[in-house]
Design a binder for this molecule. Sequence first.
Ligand code: CAA
Length: 369
Amino acid sequence: MIRQAAREFAQNELKPGVIERDEYQKFPTEQVKKLAELGFMGMMVDPKYNGSGLDSISYVLVMEELSKIDASTSVVVSVNNSLVCYGLEKYGTEAQKEKYLKPLASGEKLGAFCLSEPEAGSDATSQSTTAKDMGDHYLLNGVKNWITNGNSASVYLVIARTDLERGHRGTNALILERGMEGFTIGNKENKLGIRGSDTHSLMFTDVKVPKENRIGEEGFGFSFAMKTLEGGRIGIAAQALGIASGAYELALQYSKERKAFGKQIADHQAIQFKLADIATEIEAARLLCFKAAWLKDQGLPYAKASSMAKLYASQVAMKTTVEAVQIHGGYGYVKEYHVERLMRDAKITQIYEGTSEIQKIVISRQVLK
Ligand code: CAA
């Protein structure tokens, strides 16, 4: 039922404006409101904090269906659910949950997760943003880069260094509100793909953040980011899966309609073998996503599984979308046929929430442990 609801929503609400939103970089404001009404903005949050109380498997199903049509919208869903809501529910205080989690889980507000910096992407321990301890508050200074929901969020989880001597162990995760004095939103990035999503740099100049806005113990910030990303990577893996399966479904349909050399192109073995390969790889990616989600739902360790799911599903997304464009031939290169957008959208899944190379670091460390 959840998959069906997400599928219908994607067809009826996302598909109609998706080409325009991509072209003009329009944020899906109305669509996100409707997703909130369906309970998809705080899917795994306890109903007592306005969430839907669903499991991670349901989350994967929803992410796949939305991403088949519109990955720009699904990344908004993913960041709000698995980076912001999850982080607050798991590690926040009761007061933080009341004040911030409730409106985020209901979709009344949108959240952003702010770890990356101009000089700290993959090398996330090299944070330059500082949060100086001033007694009852922190004084925040620095710049964050490539922040999803950068200008549409109202709650921002920001990672910053307090104790410079202690490296990543001196890092804190702070909750910021839009409009705090000294907090400015930089230019919107003009991106290759997921162009409907809203990616900005953020600047902090002497922003006063009350101590009660720190998540977890002093020095917990880097672990908070890593723990939260473990689950975030399931969301992005499922997004990559959806981009792949969306492109595959379009290519499959097209191959039965298009004729060349006196027969449907699906009757040519060159096309059949492409379809066989991508169908198999998508199935494998889906099972990796389910496995990671299932482990999380069981309360078992899932860092390796989520990195494996993201590494593999993003490879499959890239390969499948390139093949889908190829199967469509000249039409595939034209916006109306959707596959060129899916190909551009696929690339980011190999970059954000840890590049493919970072996933290999996480996996190999677990394997060698
Ligand atoms: N859980 C808890 N703690 C963890 C952890 C985990 N999964 N992984 C690492 N840590 C801890 C380590 O234990 C260590 O702490 P101690 O020294 O106290 O033991 C600390 O973090 C540093 O870890 P490492 O020594 O392993 O550091 P490293 O520099 O060798 O590697 C890394 C760390 C795994 C490469 C990490 O930097 C990383 O994941 N980089 C990628 C960052 C990333 O994914 N960014 C995504 C941005 S968010 C985004 O994209 C959202 C969006 O908009 C869509």
